[in-house]
Design a binder for this molecule. Structure first.
Ligand code: NAD
Length: 434
């Protein structure tokens, strides 16, 4: 099949590369000419493990091409994926301006029947709205369908997630569109991936409901961690015991500095907004949004408490990306933490295995950047682990202690045990470990 994917970011590029790997002929479109130029030169603009190989293979086999020419891509394709950004507006609702612009451009390039697929995370009702925009802007009277096909991939494991999803959700109102979508994902049918075929509105809601539920699970264990600190409990043990209950499950029960990233924060806010728009309230989601903000700020207080005062303290910070295996800095907890520490008068040297370039766009020269973990720790009053990259799990603690001014390890991801840190001479502070 001939497919165009509009937006070559974390979701669009992975979608385009994987669909090409499935055997389709895919055009990956972006309005960012710099990004497309880099892709045409064989450079991958984001850090996503394994993506370079899949892109290269499919470019070589001539199944994957890159362009800024949206119209040409659309005219030559039967299926058009929209994978542009839907960030938060000031009031928490989803900003659909990128989707709107793309829908208008699709309409002008429409030359025969097409399936327009919303892969961006969009509020309930967007499918219908996109249908109207396209209808209103068509140059000639062409037939088309709008489908909702939300994406559940996780940055860092995006290729595996796209090619081995727990489920594929397709919301469509016509049998023809459903049949074409089945063909798009034929490879996943063959490995017996569960398919949820439903209407557009249900599919749109499934994505928000799933993300809000996961955000709730994280927030729940974070609140248990805070309670553990107050009562003398250990959240690691609480989470383990809870997770062994088959009804609960162990995933997303890791206490930490609060969730961040390009999805959970904006999607929880948007879901709360959608509910209000329809005269309902998702009070759990409202509470999750608030508790998560507090959790990030609480980390600054935790560090302040350990150090007594932040003024003139030197802090070594490990991990800036919102999670390991990505360079994505969107709404990373490190942002609240760094800003809070700087506001308190501390100075920061930071390290991240992949996100330093993106981090510099956020923090500029307000913090120092080190290429090496041990350089980061030199002369520091405290070492703070913010993101649990694998490379931070086996640090030479005695060497770090030697390099630091004061032996304080603040482990916001609980990747060390208090015992091993203490054995290396550190004062250890985790999350939810009294
Ligand atoms: P992103 O910002 O990385 O990529 C979006 C791309 O769209 C950018 O490269 C931008 O230049 C391009 N774009 C914007 N307007 C355009 C236009 N008019 N024409 C062509 N290109 C245009 O965003 P992302 O992280 O890939 O997210 C995309 C959508 O997928 C969002 O709705 C997001 O919520 C959803 N989603 C993201 C993830 C994730 O892990 N990142 C997972 C699931 C769903």
């Amino acid at each position: 099949m001939y497919i165009t994917v509009i937006g070559s970011g974390y979701v669009g590029l992975v979608t385009a590369a994987c669909l090409a790997d499935f055997g389709h002929f895919v055009t990956s479109v972006d309005k960012d000419a710099g990004k497309i130029k880099r892709l045409m030169n064989g450079e991958i603009p984001i850090y996503e493990p394994g993506l370079d190989e899949v892109v290269q293979r499919n470019v070589q086999d001539k199944r994957l091409t890159f362009t800024t020419d949206l119209g040409a891509g659309v005219a030559n394709s039967q299926v058009i994926f929209i994978a542009v950004g839907t960030p938060s507006l000031e009031d928490g609702s989803a900003d659909l301006s990128q989707v709107e612009a793309v829908a208008k451009e699709i309409a002008s390039a429409m030359n025969n029947y097409k399936v327009v697929v919303n892969k961006s995370t969009v509020p309930v009702g967007t499918g219908r709205w996109v249908r109207k925009i396209i209808t209103d802007n068509l140059k000639s009277k062409e037939d088309f369908d709008v489908v909702s096909n939300p994406e559940f991939l996780r940055e860092g494991t995006a290729l595996y997630d796209f090619t081995h999803p727990d489920r594929v959700v397709i919301g469509a109102d016509s049998e023809k569109a459903k049949e074409i979508m089945r063909e798009v994902y034929r490879n996943l049918y063959l490995i017996e991936t569960p398919f949820i075929l439903t209407n557009v509105e249900t599919a749109e809601l499934i994505k928000y409901a799933s993300n809000a539920f996961l955000a709730t699970k994280i927030t729940f264990i974070n609140e248990m961690a805070n309670l553990c600190e107050a009562v003398g409990g250990d959240v690691q043990v609480v989470a383990k015991a809870m997770g062994l209950d088959g009804r609960i499950g162990p995933k997303f029960l890791h206490a930490g500095p609060g969730y961040g990233g390009s999805c959970f924060p904006k999607d929880t806010r948007a879901l709360a907004k959608i509910a209000r728009k329809y005269g309902e309230r998702v009070s759990i989601v409202d509470a999750v949004v608030e508790a998560n903000e507090n959790q990030k700020k609480r980390m600054v207080e935790k560090i302040r408490k350990v150090l007594g005062d932040l003024q003139s303290k030197k802090i070594a910070l490990l991990g800036l990306a919102f999670k390991p295996n990505t360079d994505d800095m969107r709404e990373a907890p490190s942002i609240t933490i760094v800003n809070g520490l700087l506001a308190g008068g501390a100075s920061i040297k930071a390290h991240d295995p992949e996100a330093m370039v993106e981090a510099e766009k956020v923090f500029g020269d307000r913090i120092g950047y080190c290429q090496d973990v041990y350089d980061t720790a030199k002369g520091a009053d405290a070492l703070v682990i913010v993101t649990e990259w694998n490379s931070y799990r086996r640090l030479d603690l005695p060497r770090l202690r030697e390099l630091m001014k004061d032996a304080i390890l603040i482990d916001l991801r609980n990747i060390y045990t208090p015992q091993e840190a203490q054995a290396a001479g550190f004062r250890y502070v985790g999350v939810g470990r009294s």
